[in-house]
Design a protein around this ligand. Sequence first.
Ligand SMILES: [Zn+2]
Length: 129
Amino acid sequence: MRDDELVEEARGAARRSYSPYSGFRVGAALVADDGRVFVGANVENAAYPVSSCAEATAVNFAVAQGVRKIETLAVACIDAATLEDAYPCGRCRQIMAEFDVERILVTTGSGEVREHTLDELLPHRFRLR
Ligand SMILES: [Zn+2]
């Protein structure tokens, strides 16, 4: 899948976000090493800490389907009122580290797509040997 198609999948997932409290709709789409594509959206909860980010939703769903290695993950936020660069939070960066995400595509408020490696976003990350 091309990068622009993956970003579009992330935007589509953001449209399905459940975010009644923040109004901040985020979607993620990833390509596993076997070529399968998985999407996720943020899912909020009245008990805020129970909420789940889009990236975590996508990664956890992929892992539940047998994925153990992820090549690329795209993340997008689609709401003009809250539109910011859709950089993953620290928790999601650690979740991505567990499954060796190679490339992360981040959409910006202006619609630009920035490509990063996990080392750029989470240097010196926690690992067990
Ligand atoms: Zn997160």
